[in-house]
Design a binder for this molecule. Sequence first.
Ligand SMILES: *Cc1c(COP(=O)(O)O)cnc(C)c1O
Length: 349
Amino acid sequence: MLPSAVLEEAQEELLDFRGSGMSVMEISHRSALYQELAHDAESRLRRLLLIPDDYRVLFLQGGATGQFAAIPLNLAAAESTVAYVDSGIWAMKAIDEAKRFVSTVHVVASSRREGYLSVPQVPAEGAFRDARYLHYTANETIGGLEFQVPPETGAVPLIADMSSNLLTRVLDIPRYGLIYAGAQKNLGPAGVTVVIVREALLGEVPSRAPAILDYVRQSLEGSMLNTPATYPWYLLGKVLLWLESRGGVPEMERESLRKSDLLYSAIDGSGFYANSIRPDSRSRINVPFTLPTPALERRFLDEAAAQGLRNLEGHRSVGGLRASLYNAMPFEGVTALVRFMADFEARHG
Ligand SMILES: *Cc1c(COP(=O)(O)O)cnc(C)c1O
């Protein structure tokens, strides 16, 4: 979901970007006009997240999935050991990809055996001290699990996939070696991937990454080693401006708590809807839930859609339902959903 104010603004300037007589999609990414836009987006992200100067911010392509490969290729040698936390589907995808590029991928914690009902307990640093980094998935978008605090990793650099929760909570950036996020869940449209990386991690091992995924090379070129995803980058900048005008990350954090509290209370307060994630591991952003039967779920989705409540299907790999409470989802959207849920339960429960 994107803020409608952002889409309207984009529509307004679609044919003529800042008096250029061209669409932003038609101007050169090397032009002063585009360079300024690109630079503004980076400065805004730095302000919003209080990113220190010794971190580089990259706007790449290839999605979070591209980063599953880019991380081991940039930060580990083929014979290195790397550590991963397995909290669900996205973590496993990162692990599987890392195995293609690094000989020892050590899964130091996993909640797989219990069916991913809680985030796994990460052991003390001693258990992975030889690893080049520890990777975890801050928010499992499909499973609906979220780490409420990042794992402690001591001197081992911490890497976080924040594809679905970046900019929804206040972060202490210096705790992280690298944070990445595909934009399409919470930051903008698909096509651009944000990478925030501590400079000191770069060049520790020779990079094996192809040029377009090479952090050092992309950083030296201002993320324009080749033509970037100009339109997504432009929209991302607008989303960041919108976010700033709404009170920034602290306000998004408060809102995400308000929204998810309301929805979880509705689920827990009914004998009809269910969410089986342990309360201390529940995601504030993606809330999966089930109804007593698949037939009722189908019916729920149809009736909800008829009332303008959309995108409530669970991921195709797990079924059920899922409400995603990204920053652009207003509190009123959740109120409408909760009201509909009560009404549906009254009629079918
Ligand atoms: C969606 C998602 C991904 C994959 O993102 P792509 O940009 O489609 O590659 C990875 N990790 C998490 C947590 C996600 O939500």
